[in-house]
Write a new protein. Structure first.
Lengths: 315, 328
């Protein structure tokens, strides 16, 4: 969680202050408990797929800070060879299937990953993330219907951070409790406090168990909050500073630190050592990204087709 | 040699490849228990079972998305659309996910999938069931676009797509061709993509077409022959990549080119061919390149308006005579 937080803050700094990162940029700051709780409830073989706010889940899944920062810099050493950018982190090695920029599209694609797991007879479960905005897309309903009909091993995780860009959940539907959308398809669903990693873990673990046993999908609505704007260019006029501060009071990292301290799981010196290690990693990722080369110009026609002999139209 | 309908050639292609590779499955509306809206998949449920021949709800965006996800996670889906007109809904998945994921992931995640179904007009079906989408999909990098005109080519090309192509495929058929009989050998064969076929050799003019408009092209060539005009007819078979070299070689011989297609005219396949041939073969042309497309309007229902909207033999013959500067 701390790695995600510090990485995002550093990346934002390199975007705003140094101008080293361009394009859309959606920070995960405030939502780290979801990534943490999901990771402890799944295995490295369980595929993950998410939307464009993907840095946090990508790092959680195992993309290195170096590869993540280099991707933001658009460098050849990035997680997607500098071809994806902020919104399109991928790591096939870590079963991280992106990084998708069309709101809601990955809900269907994610169910397809689960279709393949079931077809192949594995025991793997897909975690498919989307925001509250995506819950109003038609593809959610088509996918929920088929995922339930075919009992696909997928957990739909709605990271409800209360705002679809600048439009609050209340303004987008008569149904404010997103988890209730599952009712129409008789899909099990739950409402979870997404600021508490233990709660996230427990709800995901239950859903994963059910999916592994062949009982199909679950919708988990995780109430969370993004401290930053929708994207880096968001003036945030749709919410008050007080509201943001209220949520910061519930900060998931501070909560975990308190739990550790109350239970003496670690000494302050050990915590400090972790923080120092993370700072070193994040600083090193900036250096790595700075020193990495841009993709070669010839890369423009690479990774477009697997067919290596495709005759591109070049004039 | 035996002669079988177009739909049966497609079915043989799918079934042969499904017998070979467990990862291949067929998904779509009415493909299983109903045996296919146009009976292309007749009998496949009985042979392969419900795991591999899958009826979907009427939710083209959703099931296309599930197939795309399955392709990215190790399977090789065959998706049947009842008509490509319904596939406008999943265009997001085809354009934004299937065609782009390899690039966005820096080469990590491919999408070996075949989307197939009937395309274009099929009689008086009105505006919403009559659009030909070849040129629209051919505009999209990352996809390959196949549009055969006969059962022999359809079988060989579809087998190639399922077995050997690792990139996403858009495969166009036609409701009005499914019953057409064609000689198809019993022996297995594959036809590589990106290779046009010279269907009829000629000296005086080159006519290029594809899919069911090949009937118009060949019909026009037969009419022209009666009047002493020797037309060379080329069937593109694949739209993307486009085999313009075969067209150019023909134009070097005939010095005249007419294109017959069912697309709307703006930025159509003929537009692209015209650009390429004027660039590569300017000095060989003795007349402007001409084309006959669908009318630049939605398809109207009335019989006369439907007939006017798509190319026919009579107008093609007339156009050829114009590029021949023929007085007759």
């Amino acid at each position: 969680m701390q790695l995600i937080r510090q990485f995002e803050l550093k990346a934002e700094e390199m975007y705003k202050m140094a101008g080293k990162i361009r394009g859309f940029f959606h920070a995960y700051v405030g939502q780290e408990a979801i990534a943490a709780g999901c990771m402890t409830a799944t295995t490295p073989d369980d595929p993950y797929i998410t939307a464009y706010r993907d840095h946090g889940l990508g790092l959680a899944r195992g993309i290195s800070p170096n590869a993540a920062m280099a991707e933001l810099y658009g460098k050849a050493t990035g997680a997607s060879k500098g071809k994806g950018g902020s919104m399109h982190f991928f790591s096939f090695e870590h079963k991280f299937f992106g990084g998708h920029g069309i709101v809601g599209a990955q809900i269907g694609t994610g169910a397809g990953l689960a279709f393949a797991e079931k077809y192949k007879g594995t025991n793997n479960v897909v975690l498919c993330f989307f925001g509250d905005g995506a819950s109003r897309q038609g593809i959610l309903h088509e996918t929920f219907n088929m995922a339930m009909t075919w009992k696909l091993p997928v957990i739909f995780i709605c990271e409800n951070n209360h705002y679809a860009m600048g439009t609050s959940v209340e303004r987008t539907s008569n149904v404010i409790d997103i988890y209730k959308l599952a009712d129409a398809y008789e899909m099990p669903a739950d409402k979870v406090d997404g600021m508490i990693p233990e709660n996230v873990h427990e709800s995901v673990a239950r859903a994963v168990k059910r999916a592994r046993e062949g009982d199909g999908p679950t919708l988990l609505e995780m109430k969370t909050y993004r401290y930053k704007g929708h994207s880096i260019s968001d003036p945030q006029k749709y919410r008050s500073k007080e509201e943001v501060d209220d949520y910061k009071e519930q900060d998931p990292i501070q909560r975990v630190l308190k739990t550790i301290s109350d239970n003496k799981f670690a000494t302050p010196a050990e915590i400090e050592a972790i923080d120092n290690k993370i700072n070193t990693l994040v600083e090193a990722s900036v250096k790595f990204a700075e020193e990495s080369p841009l993709p070669d110009d010839s890369e423009v026609y690479k990774d477009v087709y697997i067919d290596q002999n495709y005759p591109f139209i070049v004039d | 040699m035996r002669s079988i309908p177009f739909r049966e050639a497609l079915r043989e292609a799918m079934s042969e490849e499904m017998r070979r590779d467990e990862r291949v499955f067929l998904m779509g509306e009415e493909v299983a228990e109903y045996n296919g809206a146009y009976k292309v998949s007749q009998g496949m449920l009985a042979e392969f079972g419900a795991k591999r021949v899958i009826d979907t709800p009427i939710a083209e965006l959703g099931f296309a998305a599930i197939a795309v996800g399955a392709a990215q996670n190790g399977l090789r889906p065959l998706v049947e659309f009842m008509t490509w007109n319904f596939a406008v809904l999943p265009l997001d998945q085809i354009l934004n996910t299937a065609s782009k994921m390899l690039a966005m992931s820096g080469g990590q995640i491919g999408c070996p999938i075949v989307f197939r179904g009937p395309n274009g007009s099929a009689g008086q079906l009105g505006a919403q069931h009559s659009t030909a989408f070849d040129s629209l999909y051919a505009n999209i990098p990352g996809l390959k676009v196949v549009s055969p005109s006969n059962g022999y080519d359809a079988k060989g090309l579809l087998k190639q797509c399922i077995r050997y192509e690792e990139d996403p495929i858009v495969f166009f058929e036609s409701e009005v061709m499914y019953g057409d009989k064609c000689e198809v050998p019993e022996e297995e064969y594959y036809i590589p993509l990106g290779k046009a076929d010279v269907k009829r050799a000629g000296r005086d003019v080159t006519i290029v077409s594809y899919n069911k408009m090949m009937k118009v092209a060949l019909g026009a060539a037969a009419e022209l022959e009666k009047e002493g005009v020797s037309a060379e007819v080329i069937d593109l078979r694949t739209i993307r990549p486009l085999d313009w070299e075969t067209i150019l070689e023909s134009v070097k011989k005939t010095n005249r080119l007419v294109i017959v297609e069912e697309q709307w005219p703006f930025a159509s396949v003929s537009s692209e061919i015209t650009y390429r041939i004027q660039k590569e073969g300017f000095d060989y042309l003795d007349a402007p390149i001409r084309r006959i497309c669908s009318a630049d309007a939605p398809m109207h229902y009335a019989a006369n308006l439907t007939a006017l909207a798509i190319p026919d033999v009579e107008r093609t013959v007339k156009l050829v005579k114009e590029v021949m500067y023929s007085k007759k």
